[in-house]
Design a binder for this molecule. Structure first.
Ligand SMILES: C[S@@+](CC[C@H](N)C(=O)[O-])C[C@H]1O[C@@H](n2cnc3c(N)ncnc32)[C@H](O)[C@@H]1O
Length: 227
């Protein structure tokens, strides 16, 4: 079973198209209702990318764009994609405000249906969770294949639910790093797992509240031609 479907909130008999419309509407409402556009970068993104030489990055499900903007301000050329048009437009506007519009391409994609063009040194999928059916393993596998030789795929999933999360479903079950890796089904001769763990950290919510949260982290590297 696809990892995201483990969330168990999938509408029953919807067709692919109807499901896509439901998903788009759900996330569009989510971002339209957002009053404060907190665009902080995720700590595991900054930790992973800080030592890397800036290149081309892809932010899957970019949301408010904190990771995209952090990368662009450090010289990365970033393709940011999301199913919410509001989020995409907002990321574009913020990139312009911050003077990094020339390094950010924000595109609307339902990743169940389309995937951005290009090859990347870093692909980040941070909390790429949705309550709708999505062949997430397939999206992440496509992302791994879009890596340049030596490039990294960073997948960070929730391991616990923060009190301020949009998803308070008590039955939610997030895939472990090992399950994410297994779902990718990558050739171990061409892709290696650099990191697979479940660190915890103190996190601050939008209203300033704090809680300890667990992340599920997987970092996969594509081999270079010489390896
Ligand atoms: C939990 S949010 C995480 C946002 C951001 N990466 C972060 O770390 O804050 C999940 C994001 O995935 C996006 N998303 C959900 N389903 C998608 C799909 N099928 N195609 C593209 N984006 C999708 C949502 O719009 C949302 O921005």
């Amino acid at each position: 079973m696809d990892s995201t479907r483990r969330h168990g909130q999938a509408p029953g008999d919807v067709t692919g198209e109807t499901n896509g419309q439901h998903a788009e509407l759900f996330w569009e409402r989510h971002y339209r209702a957002r009053r404060a556009w907190d665009a902080r970068a995720n700590p595991l993104l900054t930790e992973t990318a800080a030592p890397l030489r800036p290149g081309a990055a892809l932010d899957l499900g970019c949301g408010a764009g904190g990771d995209t903007l952090w990368l662009a301000r450090r010289g990365w050329h970033v393709t940011a994609v999301d199913i919410s048009t509001t989020a995409v437009v907002r990321v574009r506007e913020r990139a312009r405000d911050l003077g990094v519009a020339d390094r950010v391409v924000a595109e609307h994609h339902d990743l169940a249906r389309s995937f951005p063009d290009g090859e990347f040194d870093l692909v980040s999928a941070h909390y790429f969770h949705t309550p709708f059916p999505l062949l997430r393993d397939r999206v992440l596998r496509t992302a791994a294949h879009a890596l340049r030789p030596g490039g990294l795929l960073l997948v960070v999933d929730h391991g616990s639910t923060a009190p301020w999360s949009w998803n308070q479903d008590p039955d939610v079950r997030y895939p472990t790093p090992a399950e994410i890796a297994a779902g990718l089904g990558l050739d171990p001769a061409r892709w290696s797992v650099l990191r697979s763990d479940t660190p915890s950290r103190r996190a601050t919510g939008p209203a300033g509240e704090s809680a300890t949260v667990i992340d599920h982290v997987l970092v996969v590297r594509r081999a270079t031609e010489a390896e």
